[in-house]
Write a protein that binds this ligand. Sequence first.
Ligand SMILES: [Zn+2]
Length: 213
Amino acid sequence: MKVAVLASGGVDSSVLLLLLKRNGVRVLPIHVNYGQLAEPKEWAALKRFCRAAHLPTPVRIQANGLKLVPSGLTRKSRHWRGNPFFPGRNLILAAVGASVAFSKGFTTIAFGFIANALYPDATKGFIDVARQSLSESFGSEIQVIAPLLPFNKLEVAEMGRSSGAPLGATYSCQLGTSRPCGRCSSCLDLKKLKEVSRPASRSKLAVRQRILR
Ligand SMILES: [Zn+2]
């Protein structure tokens, strides 16, 4: 099986890349620069993670004209800080990611979505509609998958750790500063993770094996 993974350089999509590889999947990491403030750090983190985890070199797609879309991901101002929703982002990522993936012989794309989605375009419903839409657009079957959807952030990090994922190579702050800001929603997620971190249970690992097969 071959899967192109939309990869940000953050924990979720990085763990997904590694778990797919460990399950015998040939992966292609695809990173999109849609003008997000953190893009240079994200790209550097993704390359670092792929090197450390012996994954293929990622592909970078430049679409940074989209930085004109105001969002907490593209604006530093206090006004936008609490609102990291970028309208239509994952539909854009699905379209450009699938297009590039298709040109390289990949007909399945994957997102690192996890449980308790904060945004309407990070859900099972979105995945189903994106698959239909891409398949219609391409005139052939395109699969869109999100194998981590049943798991929360903590479970995903545990699966990564127990699989030997070099999580220290990832980058998650929305502001793109060298030292993570500690206040954006991504930083707060990571902070919570560190507070409640514990070893993965055997049952969760068994579920992981089932889901990814
Ligand atoms: Zn931050």
